[in-house]
Design a protein around this ligand. Structure first.
Ligand SMILES: Nc1nc2c(c(=O)[nH]1)N[C@H]1C(S)=C(S)[C@@H](COP(=O)(O)OP(=O)(O)OC[C@H]3O[C@@H](n4cnc5c(=O)[nH]c(N)nc54)[C@H](O)[C@@H]3O)O[C@H]1N2
Ligand SMILES: Nc1nc2c(c(=O)[nH]1)N[C@H]1C(S)=C(S)[C@@H](COP(=O)(O)OP(=O)(O)OC[C@H]3O[C@@H](n4cnc5c(=O)[nH]c(N)nc54)[C@H](O)[C@@H]3O)O[C@H]1N2
Ligand code: SF4
Ligand SMILES: [Mo]
Length: 802
């Protein structure tokens, strides 16, 4: 039996895309490329086309949607369809790189881990754990290893210096949910398939395929909503593809959402439209919210948020009138100046209109690997248990702002970060002021990157450890099942076994854990074994656990799975809310049972979960938490004091369907067309500023300046320009030639890292002030002279480092 043989996985296939006569088979693989988690059927062929079929030579020649997948039902997007190209990218690293004499050279794994043990060990030997920082990038939420090992790595490093992509993304939502529900991971999602009215705030799921809301074929689900007579409203300063599907598009002024949503709350109270519904019994602080919102009548906010008072009233009335409605916010509501307030208001609106925790509203999914709920009051959620060394940023969910990583490295003094472990991250492009971060990285005593590419960030590492191609990794959605619009569980084993000379990312990360723990020579399996033993010891001691009082050694013996990661998955499934409890519920989930269902197991529609999700001290949904109420003063100030650049311009980002953050620009099949790094400018602004379509514009911000071709389009609101992120592939020393051939500009160079949402430490990546001028024009009177000038195509100081 091949590794992932199962019904429908081992059949010979027509040989789509394979050489004539080549032996092919199909396999199942959940797509790891975005949060939609579509099931794919991939065609696997021997690369040499011969009959040898040596496992090490296999490759993916085609991918299509798995029609039998219980959740995605055959859906696939252009990225998923190109899974084979992505998987087979010849520029992926296949062997570790170690820096010797200033140059990164391919080595064997033992030599690479020895270099990590030495480099990391050298810094750790000084006895100050603060000297090592950990950066975790986005793909960690898309891999099994990224879910299972980073917490252990952090623990072994004992460092307070954790930085992740969350503070470039959704941290405001975690803070809002932490304060509201007592658990930052209790994030309600719109019950997409049953709602009658969806209000989308700052999300473009038709391009992004959805985020903090896992829903394969999000666009199809939006169309279905409209077909069943429901309505879709989109709040976005750009007329996006999602906005074009909508009944109503509200072109809010960037950063104005908190004002807009606050005014909607004011209208609900003023017009007596509040009706908290079934969740009402669990809410506290409703009257306090009314008091907070009182100053924010539509007339008071209209100018600042750019939405007419009457339109704000209509938005509130429609939300209140809908039988079942949900408000859903994403990047445009989080990575903004008032991200936590806006994220909080999204849930407040759901609660006040009776839509929190009811079918068709905003609901809490229940993942199969969730820890069993603990009813009753909890300890609540707080931030600021410690402060970052340089700027004194409060810790949030154990993290400091990604925007502060550079200063923690380049600012002298005790506790300075001297070594970095970077797992699946490219902060040089994804975080503010990459030029400064690059200079900082170049000065580290030691850096290790776990990354399949030699890119803008990993090029600074002393050791690069490449994970295998996704076809050779297993897939389970530890994160996204907890954000899915339907409860379901799916697991796919690697479609192709590891080649000789490859290491699974589980093994790579387990060995990093051992290096961090000062035991580099220990068996990586011991890392998983320790977790299993600790988890079982806690479970048998817990009176609420189905295994209370049982013998942990016996339970350990019952675990199935090939390797430590699978055994841990089995353990989590069996102790999870749908699990078999090691026999307590013979029909419950186990890994073995799940493997018998290669297309997944549907666990039904979302169900109301209040109050079991609550961990607040009061045991209620605390609708008006103190830190939020305090931040409203800042919101009030913004009514008078709007932040724009000299020409009245602010910049927002955008995503393209055939891209993903910084790391898919090296695939020819995903390049070109509209997926380009151009500056969208409204025709009025273009005329005013003398910007011709296709001409190069110079964009300046607090962190520097970049150049990009202008695309004049009515799709952006006047006063708003848009530049996508993840570009700027013009550094030397990378090994992504396709990306480098058309590098684009790094939008985050416009930021200096100081502009943050204070409650969450999240960088303001949308709605920040910029100045735009034709690239050949001299700097305007307001001038950017004296500021660092980093334009694409120009070598920065750090570029001389290798
Ligand atoms: N201006 C602006 N900036 C933004 C955003 C924005 O909207 N505007 N969006 C922000 C958001 S939402 C996010 S999530 C961040 C993302 O920030 P990052 O996570 O730092 O950036 P990515 O581009 O996702 O880089 C992921 C890295 O992981 C590597 N990788 C890919 N697959 C794997 C794998 O299987 N294993 C390992 N170990 N590595 C892998 C890639 O090669 C790449 O180096 O960017 C943020 N930056
Ligand atoms: N194809 C593709 N898919 C992706 C990604 C990708 O890079 N490409 N990245 C993945 C990641 S890491 C994430 S986090 C998700 C993000 O998922 P989404 O948030 O759905 O993605 P975006 O396309 O960035 O949508 C954000 C929208 O907010 C708008 N916006 C900007 N500022 C404001 C504002 O102040 N107010 C309002 N109301 N709107 C504003 C922007 O115009 C944009 O249309 O996508 C994921 N999926
Ligand atoms: S929407 Fe596309 S990229 Fe996202 S999981 Fe599905 S196939 Fe993959
Ligand atoms: Mo993200």
């Amino acid at each position: 039996m091949t590794e992932n043989a199962g019904p429908g996985t081992a059949a010979a296939d027509g040989g789509t895309g394979a050489h004539a006569g080549a032996r092919t088979r199909t396999a199942l693989r959940i797509c790891p490329l975005c949060e939609a988690t579509c099931g794919l059927t991939v065609t696997v062929a021997a690369a040499d086309g011969g009959g040898g079929g040596r496992a090490g030579r296999e490759r993916i020649t085609a991918a299509r949607g798995d029609r039998d997948d219980v959740f995605s039902r055959g859906y696939v997007c252009p990225k998923g369809a190109l899974f084979g190209e992505l998987d087979g990218d010849p520029h992926r690293l296949t062997r570790p790189l170690v820096r010797r004499g200033g140059e990164l050279r391919e080595t064997g794994w033992e030599e690479a881990f020895a270099a990590v043990a030495e480099g990391l060990g050298g810094v750790l030997a000084d006895g100050d754990p603060r000297a090592v920082a950990l950066f975790l990038g986005n793909p960690n939420v898309h891999t099994v290893a990224g879910a299972l090992y980073p917490p252990l790595l952090l623990k072994a490093l004992r460092t307070p210096n954790l930085f992740t992509a969350s503070t470039l993304d959704q941290m405001p939502k975690h803070v809002a949910c932490g304060l509201l529900y007592g658990d930052p991971l209790a994030v309600p999602v719109p019950d997409l398939d049953r709602t009658d009215h969806l209000l989308v705030v700052g999300a473009n799921p038709v391009e992004s395929n959805g985020s903090l809301c896992t829903a394969p074929d999000f666009p199809g689900r939006l169309r279905a909503l409209r077909r069943r007579g429901g309505t879709l409203t989109v709040v976005d300063p750009r007329r996006t593809r999602t906005a074009r599907l909508a009944d109503r598009h509200v072109a809010v002024r960037p950063g104005g959402d908190a004002l807009l949503l606050m005014a909607m709350v004011q209208v609900l109270f003023a017009e007596d439209l509040v009706g908290t519904g079934p969740a009402g019994a669990h809410l506290s602080g409703v009257a306090d919210v009314a008091r907070l919102a009182a100053d924010f009548a539509p007339e008071a906010v209209a100018e600042a948020c750019g939405v007419a008072p009457e339109e704000i009233r209509v938005l509130a009335r429609e939300l209140a009138a809908a039988e079942r409605a949900a408000v859903y916010g994403r990047i445009g509501s989080t990575a903004v100046e008032f991200g936590t307030l806006a994220s909080w208001l999204v849930d407040v609106l759901n609660a006040l209109t009776g839509n929190l925790d009811r079918p068709g509203g905003a609901m809490f999914p229940l993942s199969a690997t969730a820890r069993p709920p603990r009813p009753g009051p909890g300890r609540g959620f707080a931030t600021g248990r410690r402060r970052s060394r340089v700027s004194g940023h409060p810790e949030v969910k154990g993290e400091f702002p990604a925007a502060a990583l550079a200063e923690e490295i380049d600012t002298p003094g005790g506790g300075r970060v001297r070594a970095l472990v970077c797992v699946a991250g490219n902060p040089v492009l994804s975080a503010p002021d990459g030029a400064r971060l690059e200079r900082a990285l170049a000065g580290l005593d030691f850096m290790v990157s776990v990354d399949p590419y030699l890119n803008e960030t990993s090029r600074h590492a002393h050791v690069v450890l490449p994970p295998p191609r996704p076809s050779r990794s297993p897939h389970f959605d530890f994160s996204f099942n907890a954000l899915a619009v339907r409860n379901q569980v799916r697991y796919t084993r690697p479609a192709i076994p590891l080649e000789e000379g490859e290491r699974g990312e589980d093994e790579i990360l387990a060995r990093l854990v051992l290096c961090a723990a000062g035991a580099p020579g220990a068996d990586p399996a011991s890392v998983d074994a320790a977790v299993v033993r600790q988890t079982l010891a806690a479970a048998v001691a817990d009176p609420r656990s189905p295994v209370h009082g049982r013998d942990p050694a016996e339970l350990e013996g019952l675990l199935a799975g090939e390797g430590g990661a699978e055994r841990r998955l089995d353990l989590m499934l069996r102790l999870g809310p749908h699990g078999d409890g090691f026999g307590a519920d013979p029909d419950g989930l186990t890994l073995a049972g799940l493997l018998e269902h290669p297309h997944g197991i549907d666990l039904g529609p979302l169900r109301p979960r209040l109050p079991e999700v609550l961990r607040t001290p009061s045991g209620t949904v605390e609708l008006c938490p103190e830190p939020i109420a305090a931040d409203v003063a800042r919101l009030r100030r913004s009514l008078a004091d709007r932040r724009t650049g000299p020409g009245g311009l602010v910049l927002v980002g955008r995503r393209h369907l055939r891209s993903n953050n910084s790391w898919m620009h090296n695939l020819p099949g995903l390049r070109g067309g509209a997926n380009r790094c151009t500056l969208h400018v409204h025709p009025d602004d273009a005329a005013r500023l003398g910007l011709a379509d296709g001409a190069l514009a110079r964009i300046s911000g607090d962190g520097g300046a970049v150049e990009a071709p202008v695309e004049v389009t009515g799709a952006v609101r006047p006063g708003v320009v848009s530049l996508p992120h993840g570009w700027g592939h013009d550094r030397p020393g990378t090994r992504t030639p396709v990306a480098s051939a058309e590098p684009g500009a790094n939008v985050n160079q416009l930021l200096d890292g100081r502009l943050l949402d204070p409650l969450s430490g999240t960088a303001v990546l949308n709605g920040f002030p910029v100045e735009v001028a034709p690239a050949d024009a001299p700097a305007g009177p307001s001038g950017t002279a004296g500021r660092p000038r980093v334009t694409h195509g120009t070598r920065h100081p750090a570029d001389t480092s290798n």
